[in-house]
Design a binder for this molecule. Structure first.
Ligand SMILES: NC(=O)c1ccc[n+]([C@@H]2O[C@H](COP(=O)([O-])OP(=O)(O)OC[C@H]3O[C@@H](n4cnc5c(N)ncnc54)[C@H](O)[C@@H]3O)[C@@H](O)[C@H]2O)c1
Length: 294
């Protein structure tokens, strides 16, 4: 029997890329799922489907009625998807509204979609590199856009909600999450432009693994507020990681060896806190880094 058997779970943003995979996954694990999204999705099946806005106190209060656990995915999921004010305010207010109301209502646990962008470098308009590789949760933050800021502040909101109401929160700092086809296309794009992926550490996660991570984070026995990176073990770049770092970050310290195509992100917290290992790698052949990049 799954630990989620019979649990009543609210999933916000359920009609999106991750939500449409996470909802059936959680239902398969035995959860009774309520969805709250501002869009309709004809194929989405749940026990209670609500159309509403995660910024609305009333819509979130209705959605939280009778709920044990929360998965908060709703967001404007990219810097350029809407004007800066809309991206920041939608994401910041939604996370505050959902976690504050869930905490006040006595919900024991929430899982929040964070982002690798919480450390600010992937969308940074300056030519900055991580302070070291593999990046970890202590990596210095340098934020130059409103989407990254919203994800960074979402983690502080989670800590506040835990301190105020005792709700346990796991914020999953997702990297690029997509299906096999889109991930393979992204990998092909890196063949001729490998440098473009460096600040995301060439990381990725299959949507099926994102759904698994959400289940694990909902059922883990951690307490408090935690935020950490998670990714597939290997990069989506077709080249060896140390060759890429030699070429594009030769002066950046490395804290350890990174054999093969090992992703230059410390995945230890994902393993130790929620027992997560990616199970759905995409098959990317390893190529020698061409001389022109060396
Ligand atoms: N997909 C990725 O590569 C990726 C990477 C890092 C983080 N994330 C985060 O994961 C979460 C889910 O991402 P996704 O790829 O599924 O995004 P998506 O854009 O496909 O889905 C977002 C969902 O949120 C809903 N939504 C947006 N604003 C809302 C509001 N005000 N009220 C109610 N619903 C609202 C949308 O209708 C949509 O269903 C987001 O928080 C995103 O920032 C995604």
């Amino acid at each position: 029997m799954s630990a989620l058997d019979g649990a009543r779970v609210l999933v916000t943003g359920a009609t999106g890329r991750i939500g449409t995979v996470a909802v059936p996954h959680l239902r398969e694990a035995g959860a009774h799922v309520t969805t709250l999204s501002n869009a309709e999705h004809p194929g989405l099946e749940a026990d209670r489907v609500l159309v509403g806005d995660t910024r609305s106190q009333e819509d979130v209060a209705t959605a939280l009625d009778g709920v044990d656990l929360v998965v908060h995915l709703a967001a404007l999921a990219h810097r350029d998807i809407a004007p800066p004010y809309d991206v920041y305010s939608t994401n910041a207010v939604s996370t505050f509204n959902v976690l504050a109301q869930a905490g006040a209502a006595g919900v024991s646990r929430a899982v929040v979609a964070g982002s690798i962008n919480a450390y600010g470098l992937p969308m940074n308009r300056h030519e900055v590199l991580p302070a070291y590789f593999p990046i970890d949760t202590d990596i210095p933050v340098d934020i130059a856009d409103w989407y990254s800021l919203s994800k960074h502040h979402g983690e502080s909101t989670a800590t506040m909600a835990w301190r105020q109401w005792g709700i346990d929160v796991v914020t999953l700092r997702f990297p690029h999450v997509h299906n096999t086809e889109a991930l393979l296309a992204a990998s092909k794009g890196l063949v001729d432009d490998p440098q473009s992926g460096i600040r995301e550490c060439w990381s990725y996660l299959h949507t099926l693994d994102a759904a698994r991570a959400i289940e694990l984070a909902l059922t883990a026995n951690t307490t408090g507020a935690h935020a950490f990176f998670l990714a597939a073990d290997e990069t989506i770049a077709p080249y060896r990681t140390e060759d890429l770092l030699d070429a594009f970050a030769p002066h950046t310290p490395r804290l350890r060896r990174l054999p093969g195509r090992q992703v230059p992100i410390d995945l230890t917290p994902a393993r130790t806190l929620i027992g997560f290992e990616a199970h759905h790698p995409v098959a990317v052949p390893t190529l020698d880094l061409p001389e022109r990049f060396r």
